[in-house]
Design a protein around this ligand. Structure first.
Ligand SMILES: [Zn+2]
Length: 290
């Protein structure tokens, strides 16, 4: 679909599984498992959905999925599969070569977002998008490189240090309008300075909240990931952004939801924010639902 001069496409670049309890924090399993059934290892289905955005001469990627550098043990823990092939395959299907990518926006540096920006050659991780500027918030980068026991498993140097070593990492500070009508809005509940992407012509808006709202099941305010470092910040930010999304009828693209690519939200009769329409980005933009 096309909005404000941006041609926006969603790409599904791998599926995986995460612990259902960790995905829903304090919410009891009988509640979350209705929407997200768990397997025999208590894991729920996740996907890595990224954005390919074309804007004039720019070819922009928002996040890159897990990538292909990991070993069999890692693949088993997260049951990582690539039903549609790799990110590179998906880009090729849309007529884009890695060299043509001009900009990569890292929402944050967790492995399921940053992993696909590098690949192994003779056992060494190298940048897969050699001509692209890769944007990250400096606070997020410094958080990731200062390992702490709580979330260090999410940060793997090979996912972004080769990018920095090649001089391709660009540090941003605070919210910014990266290109006209393309905003990066920071939120620090999941992790410090995660940047969400918002594209708008001030009439219609597409919002990519990344891990502020990973699945449609996370729309209710108490449904917050156990992974989040600052859950009350998530609660407040979610309320603030979903309020605006409901009022201005934004289309929200969900990065990790295997069965809900995009949603809109509304206020119900009790005043709570709930999912309204469900569909693909294209369907919701055209005014249809699935
Ligand atoms: Zn994350």
């Amino acid at each position: 679909m096309r909005l404000a001069g941006y041609e926006i496409t969603t790409l599904r670049v791998g599926d995986f599984k995460l612990d259902g309890g960790a995905m829903f924090g304090v919410v009891p399993k009988p509640l979350w498992s209705k929407q997200c059934p768990a397997d025999d290892r208590n894991r729920i289905d996740m996907t890595a959905r990224v954005l390919l955005i074309r804007y004039g001469k720019h070819v922009i990627l928002v996040d890159a999925g897990i990538g292909h550098k990991d070993d069999a043990k890692f693949h088993d823990i997260f049951e990582i599969t690539f039903p549609l092939g790799s990110l590179i395959d998906e880009l090729a299907r849309h007529g884009v070569t890695p060299e043509q990518v001009t900009d990569v926006i890292y929402t944050h540096l967790h492995f399921d977002h940053a992993g696909g920006t590098t690949g192994l050659v003779d056992g060494v991780a190298i940048p897969l998008f050699p001509k692209a500027k890769h944007y990250v918030q400096s606070v997020q980068y410094h958080h990731g490189t200062t390992r702490n026991p709580r979330d260090r498993a999410s940060y793997i140097d090979g996912n972004y240090e080769p990018v920095r070593a090649a001089g391709l990492l660009e540090f941003l500070d605070n919210d910014t309008e990266l290109f006209p009508g393309l905003f990066l809005d920071t939120t620090s509940g999941h992790t410090p300075a995660l940047q969400m992407v918002r594209i708008t012509d001030h009439r219609r808006t597409v919002f990519f909240p990344a891990d502020l709202i990973p699945l449609a099941a996370h729309v209710p305010s108490a449904y917050i990931m156990g992974y989040d470092l600052f859950p009350l910040t998530t609660l407040n930010d979610k309320e603030r952004w979903l309020n605006r999304a409901a009022r201005e009828e934004w289309i929200i693209v969900l990065e990790h939801d295997p069965s809900h690519e995009a949603i809109t939200v509304k206020r119900d009769e009790k005043g709570r924010i709930v999912v309204d329409r469900i569909g693909t980005l294209e369907q919701l933009y055209q005014g249809d639902s699935a």
